[in-house]
Design a protein around this ligand. Structure first.
Ligand code: FES
Length: 209
């Protein structure tokens, strides 16, 4: 974890993947450029909890930067709630602060103005790519398992559960989802055709899915 040793403080950029994912290489480059680490609120890892655990191990204060354009109030709300949950579930005291969002900076306005003044480049994508034949194939599967990767389940370890389910059930259709609602029972999944809920999962307790 990169630190400002003189301040004993580290900075963590917090992003939130879209349903189609997030460009982690680009996020890593940005973090490297500004001397920070990154974490993901949901849908991926490292989680906010794991970054705070790292910082606590090294006795570092933490500044969190919500990284969303346009502003994402869900991101900011759940960063705060994740920190509150981390504090409630750990013995350690940690100085954690949060900055304003990226949209609050004049630099963002200047960057958008600069781009808007450009002619742009030609778009050369083929229309065939919009309807690839592969997207007519309905995948065979013996069951459909929906695994919540919302912010609370992410904090409770949904990433490890997701990977374990993919390994354990190669013939299943495994779909990550946003919040499925019974968050206090996370990490959780619902599987079909039974329609059964599977609460409080760990990589060791997925066998009855
Ligand atoms: S975050 Fe998983 S059920 Fe809400």
């Amino acid at each position: 974890m990169k630190t400002d040793e003189s301040r004993k403080r580290c900075t963590v950029l917090i992003a939130r993947p879209t349903p189609s994912g997030v460009d982690l290489a680009s996020l890593q480059r940005l973090a490297d450029t500004v001397g920070a680490e990154y974490a993901l609120l949901d849908q991926g890892e490292p989680s906010i909890h794991s970054r705070l655990d790292e910082a606590a191990t090294r006795s570092l204060a933490v500044t969190l930067v919500p990284l969303a354009v346009p502003r994402d109030r869900y991101l900011e709300t759940w960063i705060a709630r994740s920190v509150a949950n981390w504090r409630e579930t750990r013995e350690t005291r940690l100085d954690v602060t949060i900055t304003d969002g990226v949209d609050s900076t004049s630099g963002l306005t200047a960057a958008v103005e600069h781009l808007a003044s450009q002619p742009g480049r030609a778009i050369t994508a083929s229309p065939r790519a919009f309807r690839s034949p592969a997207w007519s194939d309905m995948p065979e599967h013996d069951r459909h398992i929906l695994i919540c990767r919302g912010p609370r389940c992410t904090a409770y370890g949904a990433g490890g559960v997701f990977r374990a389910v993919q390994d354990e059930f190669p013939d299943a259709l495994v779909t990550p989802t946003g919040c499925l609602t019974p968050c206090n029972l996370g990490p959780l999944a619902i599987s079909y055709p039974t329609g059964r809920w599977h609460p409080n999962l760990t990589p060791e307790t997925i066998s009855d899915l």
